[in-house]
Write a protein that binds this ligand. Sequence first.
Ligand code: SF4
Length: 591
Amino acid sequence: MDFYTGCVLRLDLTDLRATVEPVDQDWAHLYVGGKGLLLRYLFEELAPGTDALAPENPLVLATGPFAGTAVATCSRLAVGCKSPATGALLDSYVGGSFAPELKFAGYDAVVVAGRAPHPVLVLVEDDLVEFLPAEGRFWGLETAALEQKVREEMGPWHKVLSAGPAGEQLVPFACLSTDQYHKAGRGGAGAVIGSKNLKAVVVRGTGAVTVGDARAFAAEMLTLQNERILTPDNAWTWEEGTPYLLELVNAAGALPTRNWRSGQFDRAPAIQSAELLAVRTRIRACTQCPLACRQVHAFGDHVCEGPEFETLGLCGANCGIGDLATIAAFNRSCDELGLDTISTGAVVGLAMDLCEKGAADYGLAFGDADGYLAAPGLIARREDWGAELALGARDLAALNGRPDLAPHIKGLELPAYDPRGTFGMGLGYATSDRGACHMRAFTAADDILGGDAPPDSLAGKAALTVEQQDFSALAWTGVWCANMYIDTDFLGAHFRRLWGRETSHEELMTLGARVWNLGRLVNLREGFAREHDRLPAVLDVPHPDGVAAGKTVGAAEFEAALGEYYRLRGWDADGVPTEETLARLSLDVRL
Ligand code: SF4
């Protein structure tokens, strides 16, 4: 079968046993790969109500069919499980070079279950799978040190997907790391791998992925790359990367500042893209990506990739930190310890706010670098006051009697677009399948970053949100990167190769909707309902200043937009897909 290896590697950590089974052909047909295949496995293997940190929570690593081929940006990995941060589904994506290596080793996906009797590292070298004791050798290492040790002991081409110390300590916003700077950041997959006593999966593959007529395929991919990817629309990736967003979002009054008290940061000029370009040393790329959006900077002796826009927003403005070297040092600590920078910045900003309001005494203050720089280490190791911050924003705020200050939806901390400056993002966050996420629907592109949609209205945003969520679900079946402008015409050229026949915009968007609805079923089964599709109270307070001053997403307007969203999705008033919708989408599961 071209593009697929046809094999799933199953790791039973309880019995330290590895087995290989064929990829379910019906699932590959209906859900393709990446997010789709991941959710289908999750639906099948996750017993409703399972604790996210219990051995029974399956961790799924899914490639897309184009990983390991000449298709640009598709060498990304989808990671999924039930999230310890939210209790909802989690799908998180990471670039680098792990996914193609997994394909070269002979696997489309890995399903990890159980809990090892002692810490282990799983080594996969083609069809050889070993469970290596990790205690005293790998366990406890920070991410870069672990990768270095693996390269020294096993070989320079072995790829590592690992938990840092935060994952070992089950911090609910611990991430997974690969190639040092690449993170499956959101939702706590690092804690799930830690709960399984699994430090890392290391993979080395010597096989290949077949694509049919390789010469014709390579020629077509080169044409698509030149004509559809390396375009002026996408030039921002290699010219500046995501930091270019900071100036625009700040100007729109949508940059979270000092725990969401404001949408504009007075020190934004000191941390925006122009300042980063002044210390940029080079750019890097994930495997098989011509866009090379990864910016490498030098801050004195400290050379690192990033910070990205989200890190600048949450770990910079949201904490009142207006110094790039300080933010980069915080970023590096999070990377080494295996912490998601969005959630960590959100939690530290909240803790600063709690201190300033006299609700807590962590010794933190907006703009004060000392406690700020100590926070990642204390959180990751659950030491001192870091143990309370390690609860995550929702539980930290509740613990200190101020749940109204917590910037989260369904337990996942908000990303760096304040809905008071871009209303549509609020609807996208509230209806996102994994909690507050800016990557599933990105209506900010249609108001504050371009387009002519009004930022302070939800008119038309329900339809936009549905369309963008379905498109992202579609694109992530092939695990294309979201950092470029693409459409179904572009994706269709690849699906034509995959399926060996013509396809259409309607068929592809139906695939996206099928995957999105499958995720809804997973979440409904876990007890989520309309009452959870909500914006947090912290956004009810209007900004006192800036472009978005005085604006909030009103409750009545939000309810109307949510109802419209459900209607457009073919869900009932409680947010449950109707039988007609499931049948129209050819979903093969029911609640
Ligand atoms: S655009 Fe950036 S993040 Fe996306 S695949 Fe390319 S290098 Fe990786």
